[in-house]
Write a protein that binds this ligand. Structure first.
Ligand code: AMP
Ligand code: GLY
Length: 416
């Protein structure tokens, strides 16, 4: 079968590799580093043609923006099989205010919050909360629209910058203010065909730019899977708490949601709380969840798209860990065009693969940086300690001017 993956980042590369085990994969627009013949005979190609102009037996939409803009609706209207919700379901990610409304309706635990477009009212609400203060854009901001701070003046300044439209344009003209939660974060991704919903392995994502959880929020600087403390009993209870009631609430609104439902959770002392939902695979969670999946992904996702999910996702017993290599200046103002070296050496190490998130070829045909998150180094091994060791050994071979990464991905996890 021919499968079309929509998007161009590391998540889409990971999807393409997993699908190419059993399908011919074309990625639009993709990036040149994705083009490859895989050892098992699979093939990944890229094209500039928009998805609406391509023919494929299955379309898998990677990022949230095209979903919010109704790409899945347009493809379905043309008779295609699609993994990803229509614009109605994608609002869950496109508007945090809508998400919070559904959470309340489904009685799913979340942080105390308020939604504001007026500066004075927002300030009053912030003063009624205790620190840390959390300020979010209502609309999409690529994972960068969230400020968590212990400084009330900083929170107030951020609200002003967002509401005025200076910081995030239209996405920030309405803000969601929240009480800050303390605990361990985890990403629980599930596949749903609109009525049945099955969990994938839980993963952990490192959102801050710098070691020790310092620096600004990013799209994600690294990840690992599975999360040691979350076995199948814990996952089942998280599904019952945070995913199943949400799907029920969507169905009650007449929304036929087929794709990935991703709950971003904070495991607090008072119990799990939902921070957000995403309507697609996480990036960089997909990079560590998908390599461990042992079933035929093309077949499973075809079932999701067709509305009859039957195959239970199954996983190997290994651990996967991903270190994101970013450009200097990420997330605010990433530098582009720096030549990259060392990928071949890095990916020749046992259990290591290098995925392309933001690369391009320059006029001389050299591989150069072309985005904020540039490469993902993924390592698989029997233990998280070994996966971490392999990943950082591979990272050591890769170079460009201004390369930026965290050195503590997976480090706080007890090593078996
Ligand atoms: P979100 O896009 O809503 O998941 O927020 C991005 C990141 O900000 C989360 O992964 C958390 O690390 C942090 N965050 C969001 N909401 C809260 C909260 N209420 N309390 C503490 N941290 C939060
Ligand atoms: N890794 C977080 C996200 O994909 O939104």
């Amino acid at each position: 079968m021919r499968v079309c993956v929509v998007g161009s980042g590391g998540r889409e590369h990971a999807l393409a590799v997993a699908l190419a085990r059993t399908a011919e994969v074309v990625v639009t627009p993709g990036n040149p580093g994705m083009v490859q013949e895989l050892p098992g005979g699979g093939r990944i190609s890229i094209t500039d043609a928009p998805p609406e102009e391509l023919s494929a037996g299955l379309f898998v939409v990677g990022p949230e923006v095209p979903l919010v803009e109704g790409l899945a609706d347009r493809l379905r209207a043309a008779g295609h099989q699609v993994v990803g919700p229509g614009a109605d379901g994608a609002r869950l990610e496109g508007s945090k205010a809508f998400m919070k409304e559904l959470l309340a309706e489904a009685r799913i635990p979340t942080a105390r919050f308020g939604v504001f477009d007026d500066l004075a009212e927002a300030g009053e609400f912030l003063r009624s909360l205790s620190p840390p203060w959390v300020v979010k854009t209502d609309g999409l901001a690529g994972g960068k629209g969230v400020l968590v701070t212990d400084s009330l003046p900083e929170a107030l300044k951020d609200v002003e910058a967002k509401l005025s439209g200076r910081a995030f344009g239209e996405a920030g003209r309405r803000v969601v203010l929240e009480e800050g939660l303390v605990g361990t974060e985890c990403s629980l991704l599930a596949l749903t065909d609109g009525s049945r919903v099955l969990p994938l392995l839980p993963a952990q994502d490192f959102k801050r730019l710098r070691d020790g959880g310092q620096g600004p929020n990013t799209g994600g600087m690294g990840s690992y899977c599975p999360v040691a403390d979350l076995g199948s009993a814990e996952v089942d209870s998280l599904m019952e708490l945070s995913v199943e009631p949400l799907l029920f609430a969507l169905r009650r609104r007449g929304i036929d949601y087929r794709g990935v439902l991703y709950a971003g959770l904070m495991l607090t002392e008072e119990g799990p709380r939902v921070l957000e939902y995403n309507v697609r695979f996480g990036d960089p969670e997909a990079q560590v969840v998908l390599p461990l999946h042992t079933e035929d992904l093309t077949a499973v996702l075809s079932e999701v798209a067709a509305g009859h999910l039957r195959t239970e996702p199954r996983f190997s017993a290994a651990t996967a860990l991903c270190v994101v290599l970013a450009a200097e200046g990420y997330p605010e103002n990433p530098r582009r065009g720096d030549p990259i070296t060392g990928i071949e050496k890095a990916s020749s190490l046992q259990g290591v693969s290098v995925l392309h998130a933001g690369t391009d070829l320059d006029a001389e045909g050299r591989l150069v940086t072309a985005g904020g998150r540039v490469l993902d180094v993924v390592a698989e091994a029997g233990t998280i300690g070994e996966a971490r060791h392999r990943a950082y050994q591979a990272v050591g071979h890769i170079h460009w001017d201004g390369i930026t990464y965290r050195s503590d991905i997976g480090a706080e996890v007890p090593v078996a």
